[in-house]
Design a protein around this ligand. Structure first.
Ligand SMILES: *Cc1c(COP(=O)(O)O)cnc(C)c1O
Length: 361
């Protein structure tokens, strides 16, 4: 007998909500969830497998609850003078963000975000019983310091979400906006830097703002630049006190010993793991240039994907690409689609298909 959600004693505030829903389809060219489409190098894979194998031999024991080695590795990778006490990690940055909401949000509290932005920010906010409120962006999806201050003063949030570069638009986030947000709010400021490695090299990360700002939390992930989406490793840099707050809500032993071993091994090969980043940036710039030639309007992007407008019927283009074995993302932004930069061959397949579609072929 089919049971629907309506038959269950679900929390009232979850009724009518939709789950995270990026389609997972097996297609030859998957450019829909901003993964790194380059597989990890085989020698790195071998080292990871050996490390995991060693961990399996001790899997009868609970893992190091404080994932000491991993925090040390992440601190070394991030640099900026960060110490392991300033690092936290979980099963994807989504879990890190959930822990932040559990510790600093909850019923009676409010989080401010700036759509269009990463859908998980609002989903996690609501999932923790926190109220989600929305601020407006400026021209070109940007957020100026003045705008962020105005929206914070209007909504008086307990938590402010900033996403830089922003997903799904690729839009840069100025560090001045983070500084202004921090100064204007009494609450927590989360800067989601999932795409930090794809920014121009000379642009400062929000990590540079951490000293003296104990309510600023900067989240990162190994899912994108690091080609590690399947392993589920996200992390955070913040004041040690903020990390103590997360210890109050995390499940004990939340990071398995296999995950810890895999991540530490991957971080030993950070240079090799990141070797594809420049190539991906090149493919991204190629997508922007070619889509412009084809008469679409790609937005400036500092990430590994491109949001482009000028699509008369996004759903029809999405379906035509799918017929050709290519999946992109339709985010219900009118006239727009988003595509992740692939390998050179994948990117070519996408651009050739877009050219055919433009010509009505
Ligand atoms: C992809 C993405 C993440 C990654 O989440 P994980 O749980 O670490 O895989 C986080 N934030 C944004 C904005 C993203 O686009």
């Amino acid at each position: 007998m089919a049971t629907s959600l309506d038959d269950l004693p679900l929390r009232d505030d979850l009724r009518g909500q939709s789950p995270y829903g990026a389609p997972q389809k097996k297609v030859p060219v998957a450019l829909n969830v901003n993964e790194n489409t380059h597989p990890i190098p085989e020698d790195v894979a071998r080292d990871i497998v050996e490390s995991v194998a060693a961990a399996v031999l001790e899997v009868n024991r609970y893992p190091d609850r404080e994932f000491t080695l991993l925090r040390r590795s992440l601190a070394a990778y991030l640099g900026h003078g960060l110490t392991p006490e300033q690092i936290w990690a979980a099963n994807g940055s989504n879990e890190v963000i959930q822990q932040i909401l559990q510790a600093f949000g909850g019923p009676g509290r409010r989080a401010l975000g700036f759509p269009p932005t990463y859908s998980m920010h609002s989903i996690i906010t609501r999932g923790t019983g926190t109220e989600w409120v929305e601020g407006g962006r400026d021209e070109g999806f940007r957020i100026s310091p003045e705008t962020v201050v105005r929206e914070i003063e209007r909504t008086d949030p307990d938590i402010v979400f900033l996403c830089g570069p922003n997903n799904p638009t690729g839009t840069p986030l100025d560090i001045a906006t983070v500084e202004a947000a921090y100064a204007a709010t009494r609450g927590i400021v989360i800067v989601d830097e999932a795409y930090a490695e794809f920014m121009p090299a000379d642009i400062p990360s929000a990590l540079t703002l951490l000293p003296g700002r104990e309510r600023l939390l900067v989240s990162r992930t190994m899912s994108k630049a690091f080609a590690f989406a399947g392993a589920r490793v996200g992390y955070l840099a913040a004041d040690p006190a903020a990390i103590d707050a997360l210890r109050l809500v995390r499940l004990p032993y939340h990071l398995s010993s296999l995950t810890q071993a895999a991540a530490v091994a991957a971080l030993r090969h950070a240079d090799e793991m990141l070797a594809m980043v420049d190539d991906i940036k090149g493919q991204r710039d190629r997508i922007v240039a070619r889509l412009e030639e084809l008469g679409y309007t790609p937005w400036p992007t500092w990430s590994n994907f491109v949001l482009f407008g000028g699509v008369d019927d996004p759903n029809a283009v999405f379906e035509k690409l799918l017929e050709r074995g290519i999946i992109v993302r339709d985010l219900a932004i009118p006239g727009h689609l988003r595509v992740s930069a692939g390998t050179e061959a994948e990117t070519t397949a996408f651009l050739d298909a877009m050219s055919d579609i433009r010509l009505g072929a």
